[in-house]
Design a protein around this ligand. Sequence first.
Ligand SMILES: Cc1cc2nc3c(=O)[nH]c(=O)nc-3n(C[C@H](O)[C@H](O)[C@H](O)COP(=O)(O)OP(=O)(O)OC[C@H]3O[C@@H](n4cnc5c(N)ncnc54)[C@H](O)[C@@H]3O)c2cc1C
Length: 283
Amino acid sequence: MISEEFEFRAPTKLAEALSLLERYGDDAKILAGGMSLVPMMTLGLVRPKTVISFNHITDLNFVIDAKDVIRIGAMTRHDTVAHHDLIKKHLPLLATAAVGIGDVQVRHRGTIGGSLAHADPAADYPPVMLVAGAQFRIQSAKGDRMVKAAEFFTGLMQTAVGAGEVLSEIHVPKLPAGAGSAYLRLHRVEGSFPIVNAAAVIEKGFKSARVAIGGVGESAVMIDVTKHLSKGVSDQSLRAISDAAYDASGDAYGDLNGDTEYRRAMARVYAQRVIKAAAAQIR
Ligand SMILES: Cc1cc2nc3c(=O)[nH]c(=O)nc-3n(C[C@H](O)[C@H](O)[C@H](O)COP(=O)(O)OP(=O)(O)OC[C@H]3O[C@@H](n4cnc5c(N)ncnc54)[C@H](O)[C@@H]3O)c2cc1C
């Protein structure tokens, strides 16, 4: 039960939503899929005076081929991300990440924008956004800016989206021709949050290689492993990547699913596995 009263607004246009956000500032919360906001309100962790639903703003629900990038509207549901032909073709690792989120209800209500704005440290999308070099469009009544994924996640459940602002679109560069990519997650049972997750992109000829790991700090960490793979994948290069993943996970937290050392150990394992899986996809 949500014990606090709040005003509910449901604009149909982004411009109207932005002017409401400007008027209410920190007192307002955006309602996207509600998969995280509603439980937080039920537990009394957030008590917005106004809830602004974005569910009737149909202009924010799209997947568009825009030359080198795929543009995804913030209100696009996880299920659409998981099954959209453009995403499966150009960003298979993103489709893989989306298909594993929660259960069928969560995937049909939850949105990519809501998940990224919520910025859970072990959420499925952030490692993918980092290795793919995504950019985020942030809009307010006063302006419009693009923020790189590496600068978007600013701390534990903190992002570059400020009061009065909204994450409106995600621009994800298509994978370069021939590149290999992969996404893997460690979870207890189907439908549960990742404990640790990892994404990788390796360009053809090992010209560039990146791995990102979630669940091992306040937000996902990315490692440029191009130099480690200069001679391709070998036991030696995988060991070096595993060491780099361990070092990058120094801020790993502990919870009921695993303590700090377990998460760091899994960072080692999943960095190696995701690199091997991505390398196998190079064409
Ligand atoms: C049972 C269950 C299992 C789940 N399992 C997983 C899982 O395995 N992996 C995973 O990654 N996630 C999982 N989730 C979380 C799920 O992905 C949510 O969809 C996501 O965290 C929030 O998205 P939402 O659209 O529901 O946003 P909401 O809950 O509506 O909003 C979340 C927060 O983001 C803000 N917000 C929403 N949209 C925007 C926007 N466009 N711009 C700025 N701020 C915005 C809201 O004000 C709120 O503070 C699970 C959730 C549940 C309930």
